[in-house]
Design a protein around this ligand. Structure first.
Ligand code: ATP
Ligand code: MG
Length: 420
């Protein structure tokens, strides 16, 4: 066995060759969310295990088997965050923010779940998420859909479908829960092991089962939609009316219950068929009861999280290129004076052309060797500084791609040349 050090299974490096796509994806997302009035929030990666158990719910996959938890010497159990909402809610309550008015926040970062790694499913993965605290109207639920819909358009993504459902009020859900338990109890012999366990702990989750043998049983199950309370039914109608006026197509998926316990009323997922079974790229819903359940003052809330790895896979699958590569210049310098001067010139170029990539040669090789480096860096231009140029206070520009003669000019003219 080799003793080469290796990363942990399901936790990936992002290598330099791939990171520009990530950076431009993140920038597109952050700019869009900012333009909708969302502000960034950053909470710790580690929280008390209890924070996640209370928020996510004991009878969920995450809390039952996916959390990375450990005991401090004090005996307190801590965990790596498996999702971002619990920490956000904890921070809202701790800093009393909802008291100051409606809070629209977005977060980003690594999440950790002990799952079986496969394409689109990792043990460390990255989410960008959005939460709104203090607004209970369907209008804000719809604004989140408008924003995510714009995101797919801005990214040039196709074939993403909005699936929506409503989980009703807590009371309607509790009522439906017992109807569902009665139904599945009749067919107990057809339930698999997971669903049998969920029958007592979290029966709604049976609807979410991916087991093919249970599909007809699940399809025939009573629907929450038929047992909705009046208020939730009105809220859902309003939500749909907004989607229609926004021209956002949707399908109603009555089996959509979401994995986490805290949801009520609106739930939604943006899905694609281009990623195999890991087809959900963005998911969320309303969780009006959570802030109070976590010890805060009752505050309605709604949010979603999107999985960046899956978005990247989808961009790749659909052949979408995000980044336009910026102008790149390799600064070739020969001779001691030219080396000194090249540092000044590089600083001036960085100021004048902040978006350009500038490689100031650090190998100090021959002209020929430096030009080879410029080719390797895939630079658009070489900017040449020899003793003669230094003496004449000039520089030479040589296009490295396509046609064009070498030209000598002042730095000011060169900057103008690149700006054009
Ligand atoms: P799934 O049903 O695929 O397990 P989930 O319901 O557990 O998803 P959420 O908790 O709603 O997912 O997380 C929101 C999004 O984060 C998902 O839609 C997905 O894009 C992404 N995501 C969740 N778990 C993982 C993971 N293990 N690896 C990569 N991305 C993930
Ligand atoms: Mg999951």
């Amino acid at each position: 066995m080799s003793n080469k050090i290796q990363a942990i299974r399901g936790m990936n490096d992002l290598l330099p060759k791939d990171s520009s796509l990530w950076l431009s994806l993140e920038k597109t997302i952050f700019d869009l969310f900012t333009s909708y009035g969302f502000k960034n929030i950053r909470t710790p990666i580690v929280e008390k295990t209890d924070t996640f158990c209370r928020a996510i719910g004991e009878a969920t996959d995450i809390v039952e088997k996916e959390m990375y938890s450990w005991k401090e010497s004090s005996g307190e159990s801590l965990s790596l965050r498996p999702e971002g909402t619990a920490g956000c809610v904890r921070a809202m309550i701790e800093h009393n923010l909802p008291r100051e008015g409606i809070q629209k926040v977005f977060y980003q970062g690594a999440m950790f779940r002990h799952e079986r790694p496969q394409k689109g499913r990792y043990r460390q993965f990255h989410q960008v998420g959005v939460e709104v605290f203090g607004a209970d109207t369907a209008k804000i639920d719809a604004e989140l859909m408008a924003m995510t819909h714009s995101l797919w358009q801005n990214l040039g993504l196709k074939n993403v479908t909005l699936e929506i459902n409503t989980l009703g009020s807590t009371e309607a859900r509790a009522n439906y829960r017992s109807i569902l338990v009665d139904y599945f109890t009749q067919y107990k012999d057809q339930l698999d092991e997971d669903s049998t366990r969920r029958l007592s702990s979290n029966p709604l989750r049976i609807l979410d089962s991916k087991n093919k043998d249970m599909q007809s049983l699940i399809n025939a199950a009573p629907k929450l939609m038929d047992h909705l309370d009046g208020e939730s039914s009105k809220h859902f109608d309003e939500f749909k009316a907004y989607l229609e006026c926004l021209d956002i197509p949707y399908i109603i998926n009555t089996r959509l219950v979401r994995g986490l316990d805290y949801y009520n009323r609106t739930v939604f997922e943006w899905t694609t068929t281009d990623l195999g079974s890991q087809g959900t790229i963005c998911a969320g819903g309303r969780y009006d009861g959570l802030v109070e359940k976590m010890g805060g003052k009752s505050t309605p809330a709604v949010g979603f999280a999107l999985g960046l790895e899956r978005l990247i896979l989808l961009l790749e699958a659909q052949g979408v290129a995000l980044e336009k590569s910026p102008l790149s210049i390799y600064l070739v310098a020969l001779g001691d004076n030219a080396q000194l001067k090249s540092m000044q010139i590089a600083t001036q170029l960085h100021q004048a052309l902040p978006k350009a990539i500038l490689y100031n040669d650090i190998t100090l090789g021959s002209f020929k060797a430096q030009f080879k480096k410029a080719d390797k860096a895939n630079a658009d231009y070489a900017l040449i500084l020899g003793e003669e140029e230094v003496q004449n206070n000039q520089i030479a520009i040589k296009p490295l791609k396509g046609q064009g003669e070498q030209q000598t000019m002042s730095l000011e003219d060169a900057i103008q040349y690149f700006k054009n």
